[in-house]
Design a protein around this ligand. Structure first.
Ligand SMILES: Cc1cc2nc3c(=O)[nH]c(=O)nc-3n(C[C@H](O)[C@H](O)[C@H](O)COP(=O)(O)OP(=O)(O)OC[C@H]3O[C@@H](n4cnc5c(N)ncnc54)[C@H](O)[C@@H]3O)c2cc1C
Length: 325
Protein backbone atom coordinates (compact mmCIF):
# COMPACT_ATOMS: atom_id res chain seq x y z
CA UNK A 1 0.00 0.00 0.00
CA UNK A 2 1.43 3.37 -1.07
CA UNK A 3 0.19 5.35 1.91
CA UNK A 4 1.05 3.31 4.96
CA UNK A 5 1.35 5.34 8.13
CA UNK A 6 2.69 4.41 11.54
CA UNK A 7 -0.27 6.06 13.20
CA UNK A 8 -3.70 7.01 11.87
CA UNK A 9 -5.78 9.26 14.14
CA UNK A 10 -9.51 9.51 13.59
CA UNK A 11 -10.74 12.97 14.62
CA UNK A 12 -9.06 16.36 14.34
CA UNK A 13 -10.36 17.93 17.56
CA UNK A 14 -8.19 18.94 20.51
CA UNK A 15 -7.15 15.40 21.46
CA UNK A 16 -6.43 14.25 17.88
CA UNK A 17 -4.46 17.36 16.89
CA UNK A 18 -2.25 17.37 19.97
CA UNK A 19 -1.66 13.64 19.60
CA UNK A 20 -0.80 14.02 15.90
CA UNK A 21 1.68 16.82 16.44
CA UNK A 22 3.52 15.07 19.29
CA UNK A 23 3.64 11.72 17.46
CA UNK A 24 5.01 13.37 14.30
CA UNK A 25 7.66 15.16 16.34
CA UNK A 26 8.64 11.77 17.75
CA UNK A 27 9.37 10.69 14.17
CA UNK A 28 6.20 8.73 13.36
CA UNK A 29 4.49 8.97 9.97
CA UNK A 30 1.06 10.27 11.01
CA UNK A 31 -2.28 10.83 9.25
CA UNK A 32 -5.47 12.43 10.63
CA UNK A 33 -8.95 11.65 9.27
CA UNK A 34 -11.44 14.43 9.96
CA UNK A 35 -15.05 14.29 8.81
CA UNK A 36 -15.38 18.07 8.63
CA UNK A 37 -14.19 19.82 5.47
CA UNK A 38 -11.57 22.00 7.18
CA UNK A 39 -9.96 22.62 10.60
CA UNK A 40 -12.17 24.54 13.01
CA UNK A 41 -15.23 24.26 10.71
CA UNK A 42 -18.54 25.44 12.20
CA UNK A 43 -19.97 23.29 14.96
CA UNK A 44 -16.88 23.39 17.17
CA UNK A 45 -17.50 23.88 20.88
CA UNK A 46 -16.08 26.50 23.11
CA UNK A 47 -13.76 27.57 25.78
CA UNK A 48 -13.46 31.28 26.49
CA UNK A 49 -11.29 31.60 23.45
CA UNK A 50 -11.64 31.60 19.69
CA UNK A 51 -11.86 27.81 19.44
CA UNK A 52 -11.92 27.72 15.65
CA UNK A 53 -8.72 29.78 15.51
CA UNK A 54 -7.05 27.53 18.11
CA UNK A 55 -7.98 24.41 16.12
CA UNK A 56 -6.66 25.99 12.90
CA UNK A 57 -3.43 26.89 14.66
CA UNK A 58 -3.05 23.34 16.06
CA UNK A 59 -3.66 21.97 12.57
CA UNK A 60 -0.96 24.24 11.13
CA UNK A 61 1.51 23.11 13.81
CA UNK A 62 0.72 19.45 13.09
CA UNK A 63 1.14 20.01 9.33
CA UNK A 64 4.47 21.71 9.95
CA UNK A 65 5.52 18.62 11.93
CA UNK A 66 4.70 16.47 8.87
CA UNK A 67 1.18 15.19 9.67
CA UNK A 68 -0.98 14.36 6.63
CA UNK A 69 -4.64 15.46 6.85
CA UNK A 70 -7.66 13.93 5.14
CA UNK A 71 -10.59 16.33 5.56
CA UNK A 72 -14.17 15.58 4.60
CA UNK A 73 -13.29 12.00 5.38
CA UNK A 74 -15.41 10.23 8.00
CA UNK A 75 -14.08 6.99 9.44
CA UNK A 76 -16.33 4.00 8.69
CA UNK A 77 -14.25 0.86 9.17
CA UNK A 78 -10.74 -0.58 9.33
CA UNK A 79 -9.69 -4.08 8.23
CA UNK A 80 -6.96 -5.89 10.19
CA UNK A 81 -4.01 -6.66 7.84
CA UNK A 82 -0.41 -7.73 8.64
CA UNK A 83 -0.43 -6.67 12.27
CA UNK A 84 -1.98 -3.30 11.36
CA UNK A 85 -5.09 -1.96 9.64
CA UNK A 86 -6.26 -0.86 6.21
CA UNK A 87 -8.81 1.95 5.91
CA UNK A 88 -10.35 1.56 2.46
CA UNK A 89 -11.57 5.13 2.68
CA UNK A 90 -9.28 7.07 2.03
CA UNK A 91 -7.12 4.07 1.03
CA UNK A 92 -4.40 4.13 3.69
CA UNK A 93 -2.77 1.68 6.06
CA UNK A 94 -1.81 2.08 9.72
CA UNK A 95 0.39 0.22 12.17
CA UNK A 96 -1.64 1.76 15.00
CA UNK A 97 -5.04 3.50 15.17
CA UNK A 98 -6.27 6.13 17.62
CA UNK A 99 -9.93 7.06 18.07
CA UNK A 100 -10.02 10.76 18.97
CA UNK A 101 -13.39 11.16 17.30
CA UNK A 102 -15.40 12.60 20.14
CA UNK A 103 -18.24 11.57 22.40
CA UNK A 104 -20.01 9.35 19.85
CA UNK A 105 -16.89 7.60 18.64
CA UNK A 106 -17.21 5.54 15.45
CA UNK A 107 -13.85 3.92 16.25
CA UNK A 108 -15.21 2.69 19.62
CA UNK A 109 -18.34 1.35 17.89
CA UNK A 110 -16.39 -0.38 15.11
CA UNK A 111 -13.97 -2.15 17.46
CA UNK A 112 -16.56 -2.99 20.12
CA UNK A 113 -14.87 -0.76 22.72
CA UNK A 114 -16.62 0.97 25.63
CA UNK A 115 -19.13 3.72 24.77
CA UNK A 116 -20.21 6.84 26.60
CA UNK A 117 -23.56 6.22 28.27
CA UNK A 118 -24.21 9.18 30.54
CA UNK A 119 -24.64 12.65 29.09
CA UNK A 120 -25.31 16.30 29.62
CA UNK A 121 -26.65 18.35 26.72
CA UNK A 122 -25.32 21.89 26.26
CA UNK A 123 -26.65 24.88 24.28
CA UNK A 124 -24.86 28.17 23.80
CA UNK A 125 -25.18 31.45 21.92
CA UNK A 126 -22.51 34.07 21.21
CA UNK A 127 -23.65 37.68 21.59
CA UNK A 128 -22.12 40.80 20.15
CA UNK A 129 -23.02 44.15 21.71
CA UNK A 130 -24.04 42.79 25.12
CA UNK A 131 -23.32 45.41 27.79
CA UNK A 132 -22.70 45.14 31.52
CA UNK A 133 -20.79 41.84 31.65
CA UNK A 134 -17.69 41.96 33.85
CA UNK A 135 -14.95 40.85 31.45
CA UNK A 136 -12.84 39.37 34.23
CA UNK A 137 -15.38 36.90 35.54
CA UNK A 138 -16.95 33.62 34.59
CA UNK A 139 -20.57 34.01 35.68
CA UNK A 140 -22.23 30.75 36.78
CA UNK A 141 -25.96 30.32 37.49
CA UNK A 142 -27.36 27.43 39.49
CA UNK A 143 -31.03 26.77 38.81
CA UNK A 144 -32.53 23.31 38.97
CA UNK A 145 -35.53 24.36 36.90
CA UNK A 146 -33.52 25.79 33.97
CA UNK A 147 -30.35 23.72 34.13
CA UNK A 148 -31.13 20.53 36.08
CA UNK A 149 -27.91 18.63 36.74
CA UNK A 150 -25.55 21.40 35.67
CA UNK A 151 -25.30 25.22 35.42
CA UNK A 152 -25.91 28.20 33.20
CA UNK A 153 -23.01 30.51 32.34
CA UNK A 154 -22.02 33.85 30.85
CA UNK A 155 -18.42 33.94 29.66
CA UNK A 156 -16.66 36.98 28.22
CA UNK A 157 -15.12 35.49 25.06
CA UNK A 158 -13.02 36.92 22.22
CA UNK A 159 -15.10 39.91 20.98
CA UNK A 160 -18.33 38.20 22.08
CA UNK A 161 -20.08 37.05 25.24
CA UNK A 162 -20.92 33.36 25.36
CA UNK A 163 -24.14 32.53 27.18
CA UNK A 164 -25.24 28.97 27.62
CA UNK A 165 -26.47 26.21 29.85
CA UNK A 166 -26.35 22.45 30.05
CA UNK A 167 -28.67 19.96 31.67
CA UNK A 168 -29.36 16.23 31.96
CA UNK A 169 -30.04 14.52 28.65
CA UNK A 170 -33.58 13.71 29.77
CA UNK A 171 -34.38 17.43 29.98
CA UNK A 172 -34.44 19.84 27.05
CA UNK A 173 -31.97 22.72 27.41
CA UNK A 174 -33.58 26.06 26.50
CA UNK A 175 -31.78 29.41 26.44
CA UNK A 176 -34.73 31.89 26.41
CA UNK A 177 -35.65 31.46 30.14
CA UNK A 178 -31.99 32.06 31.07
CA UNK A 179 -31.80 35.14 28.84
CA UNK A 180 -35.01 36.44 30.45
CA UNK A 181 -33.42 36.14 33.88
CA UNK A 182 -30.10 37.63 32.76
CA UNK A 183 -31.89 40.68 31.33
CA UNK A 184 -32.08 41.89 34.92
CA UNK A 185 -28.26 41.73 35.17
CA UNK A 186 -26.98 42.61 31.68
CA UNK A 187 -28.10 45.04 28.99
CA UNK A 188 -29.37 43.14 25.92
CA UNK A 189 -30.67 46.31 24.11
CA UNK A 190 -28.00 46.27 21.34
CA UNK A 191 -27.13 42.59 21.65
CA UNK A 192 -27.38 40.23 18.68
CA UNK A 193 -26.63 36.55 18.37
CA UNK A 194 -23.76 35.82 15.95
CA UNK A 195 -23.40 32.08 16.53
CA UNK A 196 -25.26 29.21 18.16
CA UNK A 197 -24.08 25.75 19.10
CA UNK A 198 -25.25 22.72 21.02
CA UNK A 199 -24.04 19.22 21.71
CA UNK A 200 -23.75 16.24 24.03
CA UNK A 201 -21.12 16.13 26.79
CA UNK A 202 -20.22 12.68 28.14
CA UNK A 203 -20.12 12.66 31.95
CA UNK A 204 -20.09 8.93 32.74
CA UNK A 205 -16.29 8.80 33.19
CA UNK A 206 -13.72 6.54 31.56
CA UNK A 207 -15.22 4.00 29.12
CA UNK A 208 -14.22 0.32 29.41
CA UNK A 209 -12.47 -1.11 27.54
CA UNK A 210 -10.74 1.97 26.10
CA UNK A 211 -8.30 -0.03 23.95
CA UNK A 212 -7.87 -3.20 21.90
CA UNK A 213 -4.66 -4.54 20.30
CA UNK A 214 -3.41 -1.77 18.00
CA UNK A 215 -6.29 0.61 18.87
CA UNK A 216 -6.65 3.26 21.58
CA UNK A 217 -9.32 5.81 22.46
CA UNK A 218 -8.48 9.29 23.77
CA UNK A 219 -10.37 12.50 24.63
CA UNK A 220 -14.18 12.46 24.71
CA UNK A 221 -14.13 9.12 22.87
CA UNK A 222 -12.53 7.58 25.98
CA UNK A 223 -14.87 9.44 28.35
CA UNK A 224 -12.02 11.68 29.57
CA UNK A 225 -14.32 14.47 30.73
CA UNK A 226 -14.77 15.55 34.34
CA UNK A 227 -18.24 14.27 35.33
CA UNK A 228 -18.60 17.21 37.68
CA UNK A 229 -17.40 20.24 35.71
CA UNK A 230 -17.99 18.69 32.25
CA UNK A 231 -14.55 20.02 31.23
CA UNK A 232 -12.89 17.86 28.59
CA UNK A 233 -10.44 20.20 26.87
CA UNK A 234 -7.67 19.93 29.44
CA UNK A 235 -7.77 16.09 29.49
CA UNK A 236 -7.90 16.12 25.67
CA UNK A 237 -4.61 18.05 25.57
CA UNK A 238 -2.98 16.14 28.39
CA UNK A 239 -3.85 12.63 27.28
CA UNK A 240 -3.60 13.41 23.56
CA UNK A 241 0.06 14.04 24.32
CA UNK A 242 0.42 10.91 26.50
CA UNK A 243 -1.29 8.76 23.85
CA UNK A 244 1.25 9.98 21.26
CA UNK A 245 4.20 9.34 23.57
CA UNK A 246 3.11 5.83 24.56
CA UNK A 247 2.30 4.84 20.96
CA UNK A 248 5.70 6.14 19.80
CA UNK A 249 7.45 4.14 22.55
CA UNK A 250 5.46 1.05 21.62
CA UNK A 251 6.12 1.30 17.89
CA UNK A 252 9.85 1.86 18.30
CA UNK A 253 10.01 -1.18 20.59
CA UNK A 254 10.93 0.64 23.80
CA UNK A 255 7.55 0.51 25.56
CA UNK A 256 4.60 -1.82 26.28
CA UNK A 257 1.15 -1.61 24.66
CA UNK A 258 -0.02 1.97 25.33
CA UNK A 259 -3.12 0.76 27.20
CA UNK A 260 -0.89 -1.00 29.77
CA UNK A 261 0.64 2.40 30.61
CA UNK A 262 -2.46 4.54 30.29
CA UNK A 263 -4.65 2.30 32.46
CA UNK A 264 -2.60 3.70 35.36
CA UNK A 265 -2.81 7.30 34.09
CA UNK A 266 -6.30 7.82 32.66
CA UNK A 267 -8.47 9.32 35.42
CA UNK A 268 -11.35 7.24 36.76
CA UNK A 269 -13.29 10.17 38.20
CA UNK A 270 -14.69 8.06 41.05
CA UNK A 271 -15.43 10.93 43.44
CA UNK A 272 -16.57 13.24 40.73
CA UNK A 273 -18.80 10.45 39.40
CA UNK A 274 -20.54 10.22 42.80
CA UNK A 275 -20.96 13.97 42.97
CA UNK A 276 -22.33 13.94 39.42
CA UNK A 277 -24.95 11.37 40.44
CA UNK A 278 -25.92 13.66 43.32
CA UNK A 279 -26.24 16.67 41.00
CA UNK A 280 -28.14 14.51 38.50
CA UNK A 281 -30.90 14.16 41.11
CA UNK A 282 -31.55 17.90 40.58
CA UNK A 283 -31.34 19.28 44.14
CA UNK A 284 -33.92 22.05 44.73
CA UNK A 285 -32.81 25.67 44.43
CA UNK A 286 -33.23 26.33 48.17
CA UNK A 287 -30.59 23.63 48.81
CA UNK A 288 -28.17 25.36 46.42
CA UNK A 289 -28.86 28.70 48.07
CA UNK A 290 -28.29 27.27 51.54
CA UNK A 291 -25.13 25.45 50.47
CA UNK A 292 -23.59 28.46 48.78
CA UNK A 293 -24.10 30.62 51.83
CA UNK A 294 -22.07 28.23 53.98
CA UNK A 295 -18.36 29.11 53.89
CA UNK A 296 -17.20 25.43 53.82
CA UNK A 297 -19.44 24.74 50.80
CA UNK A 298 -18.11 27.81 49.01
CA UNK A 299 -14.54 26.69 49.73
CA UNK A 300 -15.37 23.17 48.54
CA UNK A 301 -16.88 24.50 45.31
CA UNK A 302 -13.80 26.65 44.76
CA UNK A 303 -11.62 23.57 45.20
CA UNK A 304 -13.65 21.43 42.76
CA UNK A 305 -14.14 24.00 40.01
CA UNK A 306 -11.17 26.32 40.17
CA UNK A 307 -8.19 24.51 41.65
CA UNK A 308 -5.77 23.09 39.07
CA UNK A 309 -5.74 19.62 40.64
CA UNK A 310 -9.28 19.73 42.02
CA UNK A 311 -10.05 17.12 44.69
CA UNK A 312 -6.57 15.60 44.34
CA UNK A 313 -4.77 18.68 45.58
CA UNK A 314 -3.38 18.34 49.13
CA UNK A 315 -2.53 22.06 49.17
CA UNK A 316 -6.10 23.01 48.27
CA UNK A 317 -7.56 20.81 51.05
CA UNK A 318 -5.15 22.37 53.57
CA UNK A 319 -6.24 25.78 52.29
CA UNK A 320 -9.90 24.77 52.68
CA UNK A 321 -9.43 23.73 56.33
CA UNK A 322 -7.31 26.80 57.06
CA UNK A 323 -10.19 29.02 55.84
CA UNK A 324 -12.65 27.23 58.16
CA UNK A 325 -10.67 28.07 61.28
C1 LIG B 1 -21.79 23.10 24.50
C2 LIG B 1 -20.47 22.56 25.02
C3 LIG B 1 -19.65 23.37 25.81
C4 LIG B 1 -18.43 22.87 26.32
N1 LIG B 1 -17.65 23.70 27.09
C5 LIG B 1 -16.47 23.27 27.55
C6 LIG B 1 -15.63 24.12 28.33
O1 LIG B 1 -15.95 25.28 28.58
N2 LIG B 1 -14.45 23.64 28.81
C7 LIG B 1 -14.05 22.35 28.57
O2 LIG B 1 -12.98 21.95 29.03
N3 LIG B 1 -14.82 21.52 27.84
C8 LIG B 1 -16.01 21.94 27.32
N4 LIG B 1 -16.80 21.10 26.57
C9 LIG B 1 -16.30 19.73 26.29
C10 LIG B 1 -15.21 19.81 25.22
O3 LIG B 1 -15.71 20.49 24.09
C11 LIG B 1 -14.75 18.40 24.81
O4 LIG B 1 -14.44 17.65 25.97
C12 LIG B 1 -13.51 18.45 23.92
O5 LIG B 1 -13.81 19.17 22.74
C13 LIG B 1 -13.05 17.03 23.58
O6 LIG B 1 -12.07 17.05 22.57
P1 LIG B 1 -11.91 15.79 21.61
O7 LIG B 1 -10.80 16.12 20.69
O8 LIG B 1 -11.82 14.55 22.43
O9 LIG B 1 -13.30 15.65 20.85
P2 LIG B 1 -14.00 16.66 19.85
O10 LIG B 1 -13.66 18.08 20.16
O11 LIG B 1 -15.45 16.26 19.85
O12 LIG B 1 -13.35 16.32 18.44
C14 LIG B 1 -13.66 15.14 17.76
C15 LIG B 1 -13.37 15.36 16.29
O13 LIG B 1 -13.59 14.12 15.59
C16 LIG B 1 -14.32 14.38 14.41
N5 LIG B 1 -15.05 13.14 14.09
C17 LIG B 1 -16.12 12.62 14.73
N6 LIG B 1 -16.51 11.47 14.17
C18 LIG B 1 -15.65 11.24 13.15
C19 LIG B 1 -15.51 10.21 12.17
N7 LIG B 1 -16.35 9.15 12.14
N8 LIG B 1 -14.52 10.30 11.25
C20 LIG B 1 -13.65 11.37 11.27
N9 LIG B 1 -13.75 12.38 12.16
C21 LIG B 1 -14.72 12.32 13.09
C22 LIG B 1 -15.22 15.56 14.74
O14 LIG B 1 -15.63 16.25 13.58
C23 LIG B 1 -14.29 16.39 15.63
O15 LIG B 1 -13.51 17.29 14.88
C24 LIG B 1 -18.02 21.55 26.03
C25 LIG B 1 -18.83 20.74 25.21
C26 LIG B 1 -20.04 21.23 24.73
C27 LIG B 1 -20.90 20.33 23.87
Amino acid sequence: MANRFDLVIVGGGFAGLVCAQIAARRGLEVAVLERKPEPGAAGCYFLATDTQAVLRWLTGEAEAAGVRFYFDCAFREARPVDGGFVLDKPGIGARYLIGADGARSSVAAHFGLGRNRSWLVGVEAEYEGLQGVDGHRLHCFLDSAMAPGYIGWAVPGVGVTQIGLACRRTDKPALPPLIDKLSALFDFKDARIVERRSGPIPVGGLVRPFAAPGVLLVGDAAGLVSPLTAGGIYPAFRFGRRAAETVADYLDGTGPEPAAVLVREYPRYRWKGWLRRGLGLGPPNWAFDAALHLPPMRAFARLVYFHRKGLKSGAAWRDLFARRK
